[in-house]
Write a protein that binds this ligand. Structure first.
Ligand code: GLN
Length: 191
């Protein structure tokens, strides 16, 4: 199994490390090109800055290839900016992939200085959650499952082959359980 991490911007190395820590036999590789994308069974779109990522995704001609793969069932996991790019609606701007039936409001948890770490339940597991200029999920569509909440608001969701978290599991270096959760989704998709 090969899992790709979109490597245009954001925390790429951290995701790769945690995927490998789940199982050494799984290949975890950076993805920057159409050919690299074609070789993966699942893709992580990391956090960073969604405005920058959308420009780079266009420049690297990855919009259509990623969209086509996700529509064909390839598991994808967006963290923070990655979640924003997957969302159906982004308050005040055009959506990007628009594949995940949620609405988001960018930077709603405040500025960089308001970043925080908390803990909470994610699909029955008690995990650390790092919020860095994270968006609010302001609407969750009927076919979207809420996996985690913070202050009564959804912060992790799943819709079929799409997983999305507003927080950053890759920054809790000692905990690979959400990465394992995503690997299970990829395993299921290959059956
Ligand atoms: N604030 C960023 C955005 O709106 C997301 C931040 C992050 O990915 N940690 O795109």
């Amino acid at each position: 199994m090969t899992i790709g991490v979109l490597a245009l911007q954001g925390s790429v190395a951290e995701h790769i490390k945690l995927i490998k820590s789940v199982n050494k036999k799984i290949d975890a590789v950076p993805v920057k090109t159409i050919d690299e994308l074609a070789a993966v069974d699942g893709l992580i779109i990391p956090g960073g800055e969604s405005t920058t990522l959308r420009i780079l995704l266009d420049e690297f001609k990855l919009y259509t290839p990623i969209r086509t793969r996700v529509e064909a069932g390839m598991p994808v996991w967006g963290t923070c900016a990655g979640l924003i790019l997957l969302a159906n609606r982004i308050e005040g701007e055009r959506s990007y992939f628009g594949l995940l039936d949620i609405d988001v409001k960018r930077n709603a948890y405040g500025r960089q200085i308001d970043s925080f770490v908390t803990e909470g339940d994610f699909a029955g597991m008690y995990v650390g959650m790092v919020f860095i200029r994270a968006p609010f999920i302001t609407r969750v569509g009927p076919n979207v499952e809420v996996l985690a909440e913070h202050d009564g608001r959804a912060v992790a969701v799943k819709q079929d082959n799409i997983l999305a978290t507003v927080f950053h599991p890759e920054l809790i270096a000692r905990d690979n359980r959400i990465h394992k959760y995503f690997i299970n989704m990829v395993e299921e998709s290959l059956k």
